[in-house]
Design a protein around this ligand. Structure first.
Ligand code: FES
Length: 516
């Protein structure tokens, strides 16, 4: 549970129980999906939103909600890949996203701790501060003419020289979405939760509960697009990121956004403590790594806490800790617009660590496309694009995917389920098959195929989230194999009874049917 999940009264919407017909079906009720539905409803479109959990309970509920036009892939890099005009459009669109959110908050009178504030980029330990000058010049060329170098971030001399980006923003993402969803529901937008979309076409969205949503257009906002099998997933790659919330006496630290130049980098903000008027929560994130490539994820919280205590001696106890998933596009910008090969299916994906602004500008862009209007950002974010200058990144990331496919031939975590401790899981080999075996706290063993239902990668056990994570394109499944993150649409396959070893009475192992 993130700080946001534990401090927002998220409205509950019912599951889909009957077929419905609307103009547009939006799949995914996070920042991108709900903002798209909001804009489309203002245009007079009838809209249905579908999600397999509560609203905002995917990656939007796990963000740190930095609203920045200071893109973490750096303007000098965006300029190299997308050209001067592309970098300018990137700056313009992310700036517009901050303004769009502010205008929604004002118009709908949303109480979500929104603040404009300055952001500061500083050189991480051992990093060359000259990068700040290089980025300052590139950001100015991209149109952010008010960025400037300062001696240090306010009240934090240890940062040394820092690059200041004025008028960034922060808010409480789930209070923002909760209020927005209520406004939309009153306006007639139909929101259905706890309903999994298992087949998506331009005119029909089928669900695991049976009913179908009939529509003229579909917008897929499921973080990783579940309608796309291959094209997009070779151009963006999944990373886990970690966040802690440290209690700190109120007004001891400046209200700013802060991040460093390391890779992976640290990112910092402040939020009023929902449980205490006398405290703020210092939110610190970072420690990113490729999904499925870490056997001891809890260790990253300790490293984040050490980093924080060294720089912010005012902090007290750790009050929150959570992790999330970031999709890193190979060229630094989201994939937003028509799904490759489709006229009436749209996607918003590739948050690149800037999910709040990408989701919001994506909602505006897709709304314009659906309304038949020109949008100046459409070419830059076109999901079908391939920039030649991102080829090195494309090859590097897909070599990693190839390495993970080779795991079919590797030794497994353990040779037998006997050694799997309660509350943990491991991949075991049985004949030619790879099994994802999880032993629950009561000692019962749950087994399913370890083969990802997207494109056949081998899932890895994530001890922190108690999930099976696929390192190839980021699909995630709960401990018993139910899909929780795309691009996979289906659960891990059950184990064939003939693949099972004889039951062991003393361990309480029982066949899958009996367990369910
Ligand atoms: Fe693509 Fe698993 S997410 S193979």
């Amino acid at each position: 549970m993130s700080l946001w999940m534990s401090s927002a009264a998220v409205p509950q919407f019912p599951p889909l129980n009957d077929d419905v017909t609307v103009d547009v079906c939006v799949v995914g009720a996070g920042i991108a999906g709900l903002t798209t539905a909001y804009f489309l409803s203002l245009e007079g479109k009838s809209v249905a939103v579908l999600d397999d959990g509560p609203i905002g309970w995917g990656e939007t509920g796990r963000t740190t909600a930095h609203w920045v036009n200071a893109l973490d892939d750096r303007y000098y890099e965006l300029e190299r890949i997308h050209g001067t005009v592309g970098a300018r459009l990137a700056a313009e669109s992310h700036t517009a996203a901050i303004e769009l959110a502010h205008s929604i908050i004002k118009k709908e009178n949303i109480d979500c701790d929104f603040h404009y504030l300055d952001g500061f980029l500083f050189a991480g330990k051992g990093e060359d501060p000259a990068e700040l000058d290089k980025e300052c010049e590139a950001a100015r060329r991209a149109g952010l003419t008010d960025v400037k170098i300062v001696d240090h971030a306010p009240g934090l001399p240890w940062t040394g020289r820092a690059l200041m980006f004025p008028k960034q923003a922060q808010l409480h993402p789930l209070r923002y979405l909760s209020h927005m969803s209520m406004v939309m529901a009153r306006r007639g937008v139909q929101i259905y939760c706890y309903t999994h979309a298992n087949k998506i076409t331009a005119t029909e969205v089928h669900t695991d509960r049976g009913p179908v949503i009939h529509c003229k257009q579909v917008v897929v906002c499921t973080n990783s697009p579940v309608n796309d099998r291959v094209a997009i997933h070779t151009k963006q790659h999944p990373y886990r990121t970690y966040v802690i919330g440290m209690r700190v006496p109120k007004n001891e630290l400046p209200l700013i956004l802060l991040w460093d130049t390391l890779d992976p980098y640290h990112y910092v903000r402040l939020q009023p403590d929902p449980l205490s008027r006398a405290h703020d929560i210092l939110i610190v994130g970072g420690e990113d790594h490729r999904t499925g490539e870490e056997s001891e994820p809890e260790y990253h919280f300790t490293k984040l806490e050490d980093w924080t205590r060294e720089r912010f001696p005012q902090v007290q106890e750790r009050a929150h800790a959570w992790s999330g998933q970031v999709l890193e596009p190979i060229d630094g910008l989201g994939f937003i617009g028509r799904n490759p090969g489709d006229q009436d299916v749209f996607i918003i994906t590739g948050d690149s660590g800037n999910g709040m602004t990408h989701g919001t500008l994506g909602a505006k862009l897709v709304t314009d496309l659906i309304m038949g209007r020109e949008n100046p950002w459409a070419t830059l974010y076109n999901p079908s694009r391939f920039r030649l200058r991102s080829t090195t990144e494309y090859v590097r990331e897909n070599l990693i995917v190839g390495k993970h496919y080779a795991e079919w031939l590797h030794p497994t975590d353990t040779s037998s389920p006997d050694g799997i401790k309660p509350g943990t899981g491991a991949v075991i080999r049985r004949g030619t098959k790879l099994i994802a075996a999880y032993r629950d706290e009561s000692g019962r063993l749950h087994e399913c195929s370890a083969v990802c239902t997207h494109l056949g990668g081998i899932v890895h056990w994530n001890n922190l989230e108690s999930s099976w994570d696929c390192p190839c394109h980021g699909s995630r499944f709960d401990a018993t194999g139910q899909v929780i993150n795309g691009p996979a649409l289906k659960n891990l396959e059950p184990v064939d009874e003939t693949d099972r070893p004889p039951l062991k009475r003393d361990q309480g192992d029982r066949p899958a049917k009996e367990l369910s």
